[in-house]
Design a binder for this molecule. Sequence first.
Ligand SMILES: [Zn+2]
Length: 205
Amino acid sequence: MSRQLGRPVRDVVEIPARCVCGNPLVAATSPRLGNGTPFPTTFYLTHPVITSAVSRLEAAGLMNEMNERLGADADLAAGYRGAHEAYLATRAGIGARAGIGAVPEIDGISAGGMPARVKCLHVLVGHSLAAGPGVNPLGDEAVAAIAEWWTADRCYCDGAWDTGGEAPSRDLSRHGPQGLPAIVGRPAPVRKTSAGPADSSGAGQ
Ligand SMILES: [Zn+2]
């Protein structure tokens, strides 16, 4: 997993989703880091192929479209609020298994914009892959929308990251404060596709 991320992995408690070959897809991080920092973003994507594919969805504007629908569709909004609650409950369980006490600093705070907004599709996809289908409706949509580049039934690991040499012992990636995963700062090359599910314009096709 350190190879996938290009940095040493810290404070990971569990691997809640794996490739069919066994490699990690999602890491679950302790709600309190070893240095004491509260950490609300429990699930993050470790697989570069999925990370890049989700970045393409973000670049194509899928989050704007989802936010508009959240404001207009009461059922979707309720389902998304349920995802938020599930996220908090799962995080509490992970914290308990990790031997972490309560983390009151992040009570009621999940991630990715939940429960009312969509701010990071990587967070939602990480949640959906960890929880399985039917828990996070917008995460599930995003998983379906990357099917052109990644599906759960196949291994996309070959060549997806550097497997030679030593695993990274220092941080080779760029990421923000608090050790936020590289998912936020790893822009993917956006390719124009003729029939991409993220292509909301549909113009000229
Ligand atoms: Zn694989």
